[in-house]
Design a protein around this ligand. Structure first.
Ligand code: MLT
Ligand code: MN
Ligand code: ZN
Length: 298
């Protein structure tokens, strides 16, 4: 075994159902007609013993409770060595608060994201005597857990919602939104839960990957507007959509990638209904629709 990945949460911020949402999908999930999904997180391991959590979602307590390989192995011992966050969004950092309780681990993120976390004193609940905050430079490989290397690289995105000013740049390229390259014994996987555009650089990087977890927030850029849920398009939220000529399904169609998995799906996305035409269309194009608890081993 070289690389094990478990989708802890397949949904975007809000989850499925989202607490205040009465859209079709949320109602179907509430009534048990389609599977509910928790918020954005992935667990990865090179050996099934040592694990890293990629993004700490507000649902992490439930996610850890339903994932036996992550259960404590001793009185105050867990198989989780590290936590990495790919941006400062609430769905990716709020779960850090659940990870207090004097539990040692390393928190990996770029310096910019570390700064966002450091500027909010509530995260001092992660006691500095046990939680090491490690700033990671872009494009520099480091040991995420022993035997599993990771490299952070910038992808187009925006600052977190709570740091948006008057004018929002939605395709910033820098340290605020990153993807993660994972490698173990010659196998490569990529985790990119938020991405505003598929740039030539990103295409070149991802070609010939063995496994890709990619931003599946929306099916269509205007789907939330059309559903009457607000004015925001996917682009305004810093997410490219699945459908359309500049969407991810078309963008990745001619690339050599072993396995492509959509994650971080917003509750309005029709692919979350297993019997929808969009779900069938995405699968016909070679995509797997991520689900809570889904495990992929390379
Ligand atoms: C996003 O992915 O666009 C954000 O998580 C939105 C949010 O913070 O709710
Ligand atoms: Mn998100
Ligand atoms: Zn909804």
């Amino acid at each position: 075994m070289t690389l094990r990945a478990i989708i802890l949460g397949a949904a975007a911020g809000g989850g499925l159902p989202q607490w205040n949402c009465g859209c079709e999908n949320c109602n179907l999930a509430r009534s048990g007609h389609i599977p509910a999904q928790t918020q954005s997180s992935l667990a990865v391991s090179p050996d099934g013993k040592n694990w890293a959590i990629l993004n700490a979602s507000p649902d992490i307590r439930t996610q850890l409770g339903s994932t036996p390989v992550l259960y404590p192995t001793g009185l105050r011992e867990v198989p989780i060595q590290s936590v990495l966050v790919t941006n400062g969004d609430i769905d990716h950092v709020a779960g850090l608060l659940t990870l207090r309780e004097m539990q040692p681990f390393t928190l990996f993120a770029t310096q910019s994201i570390q700064d966002v976390i450091a500027q909010n004193p509530i995260f001092d609940a992660l006691n500095a005597s046990v939680v090491t905050r490690a700033p990671i430079s872009l494009n520099q490989t480091f040991d995420l857990v022993p035997g599993l290397q990771a490299t952070l690289f910038s992808v187009p995105g925006k600052v977190p919602l709570y740091l948006e000013g008057e004018h929002v740049e939605t395709e910033l390229v820098g340290e605020q939104t990153v993807g993660v390259a994972l490698s173990a014994q010659g196998k490569t996987a990529y985790y990119i839960p938020g991405c505003a555009a598929l740039t030539p650089e990103l295409r070149a990087r991802l070609d010939e990957a063995d496994l890709l977890f990619f931003d599946g927030t929306l099916w269509h850029d205007t789907e939330m507007v059309q559903a009457g849920l607000g004015q925001k398009t996917g682009k305004r939220m810093g997410h490219m959509s699945m459908d359309g000529p500049d969407g991810s399904i078309a963008g990745f169609a001619d690339m050599k990638i072993g396995r492509k998995v959509f994650i971080h799906m917003n509750n309005t996305n029709p692919v979350l209904r297993p019997d929808s035409a969009e779900n069938a269309q995405a699968r016909a194009k070679g995509w797997t629709i991520g689900q809570d608890g889904m495990e992929i081993t390379l």
